[in-house]
Design a protein around this ligand. Structure first.
Ligand code: PMP
Length: 423
């Protein structure tokens, strides 16, 4: 591969073209392993950023794409529809929290967040309350890299402060402090409660990542907190937008993270694992109330329509992925992964450079006291046959659910070795 060309000409995510970080040439991927061009196999602890639940080169997923490819790879969705989209939307309505009956198919996670925000604003416009146009987001939240989504990311610790002047101004409540598994004391939700009470006339919705704050810090917070936010939204007539782009499809131990609190949001965003990590597809689901409001409003339609909306190849493979997930013992697998991550990463708790170690579902997080040298840690992990992408102070793993006990042990012992050493 022409890595020199890559270094000079191709943008990688969040990377410099003058001082590019190392990129490793991948030739193929199989099961839970990524194979580099030189033949080295690396256990993928990232599931390609939360998406490859079933690992790689999965026969059922490949077959679904092949079958669909022979019929129709793409067709516009304006004025046309097809079986893969209908089947997928039926399944999504069935498996997501109750009441989310209407589905908009988007083409990436960030776009589904844009769609969710537009749904909320169009809804309040339709109710004769166009002043309800602000969002209340959580500090350390992350919802994507497009302008609407960026405006809901933490303006202080987030990656987007450079654009602050151009972004819509929203309100932010403190990061929830109550850990997962604990009852939320009044103090933890007081400021959010006050912000809601004081601004309900201008607030359209609360937007949050339920239970797991991902890219903004890999924190796991209380289901009770989430339940109380839902109750506050009801009390003050705000919508709740749950961004489950990262947590959807079992990652936190429940099919959706909202299920931990037994709540339904008014709008739900999905992406990443929707196609089992094979193709780009996302969705925003909403309740009948929102959809009916929007369609009875001034515009009479929902104002969004991407070219590749409802791509049949992506919908077919999403159907196959959901079917594979539902027919597998995914919950037992995720529980077993959580137990193994908890036990095997525990020795790091006493390492000097480590601030915290935590696991929830198939997510294991080591939070260091200082930011790690990403390239150095990555190289040391690669030497031990592991692929992870550290970020700031965080080194975390969210492997495919099909990872074997032995491979997960290799992953955790590499983390213990390398992070024990760096400390
Ligand atoms: N919301 C959350 C919670 C995410 O984790 C991400 C992806 N990092 C996004 C939104 C944006 O999704 P995408 O990268 O597909 O645009």
């Amino acid at each position: 591969m022409d890595l020199e060309f890559d270094r000079k000409h191709i943008w990688h995510p969040y990377a410099s073209l003058i001082n590019p970080p190392p990129v490793y040439p991948v030739a193929r991927a199989e099961g839970v392993r990524i194979f580099l061009e030189d033949g080295r196999g690396l256990i993928d602890g990232m599931s390609s950023w939360w998406s490859a639940l079933h690992g790689y080169n999965v026969p059922e997923l490949n077959q679904a794409m092949r079958n669909q490819m022979d019929k129709m790879s793409h067709v516009m969705f304006g004025g046309l529809t097809h079986e893969p989209a209908i089947e997928l939307c039926k399944k999504l309505v069935e498996i997501t929290p109750p009441g989310l009956n209407r589905v908009f198919l988007a083409d990436s996670g960030s776009v589904s967040v844009e769609v969710a925000i537009k749904m909320a604003l169009q809804f309040w416009h339709s109710q004769g309350k166009p002043g309800k146009s602000k969002l209340l987001a959580l500090r350390n939240g992350y919802h994507g890299d497009t302008f609407g989504a960026m405006a809901t990311c933490d303006p202080v610790t987030g990656m987007h402060h450079l654009f602050a002047g151009q972004l819509s101004q929203h309100l932010f409540a403190p990061t929830p402090q109550t850990p997962f598994g604990q009852t939320c004391p009044d103090e933890d939700i007081r400021e959010l409660e006050q912000l809601v009470a004081q601004n309900s006339e201008q607030l359209a919705a609360v937007i949050l990542e339920p239970i797991v704050q991902g890219a903004g810090g890999m924190r796991f917070y209380s289901a009770d907190y989430l339940r109380r936010v839902r109750a506050l939204c009801d009390e003050y007539d705000l919508l709740l937008i749950a961004d489950e782009i990262a947590t959807g499809f079992g990652r936190s131990g429940k099919m959706f993270a909202c299920d931990h609190a037994a709540i339904s949001p008014d709008i739900l965003t999905l992406g990443k694992a929707l196609t089992g990590g094979t193709m780009t597809l996302a969705a925003a689901l909403c309740s009948d109330r929102i959809a009916e409001g929007i369609c009875n409003g001034e515009a009479g339609v929902f104002m969004h329509g991407p070219t590749f909306m409802g791509n049949p190849l992506a919908c077919s493979v999403a159907n196959a992925s959901i079917q594979l997930l539902l027919s597998s013992p995914w919950q037992e697998r995720v529980t077993a992964i959580e137990q193994q991550l908890t036990e095997q990463l525990a020795p790091l708790k006493s390492a000097q450079g480590v601030a915290d170690v935590r696991a929830l579902g198939a997510i294991g997080v080591v939070e260091m006291r200082e930011p790690v040298n990403m390239a150095k840690v990555q190289e040391a992990l690669i030497e031990r046959g592991i692929w992870l992408r550290p970020f700031g102070k965080l080194v975390y793993a969210m492997p495919p659910y099909v990872i074997s006990k032995e491979d997960l042990s290799q992953l955790t012992s590499a983390m213990v070795d390398v992070l024990g050493e760096t400390s």
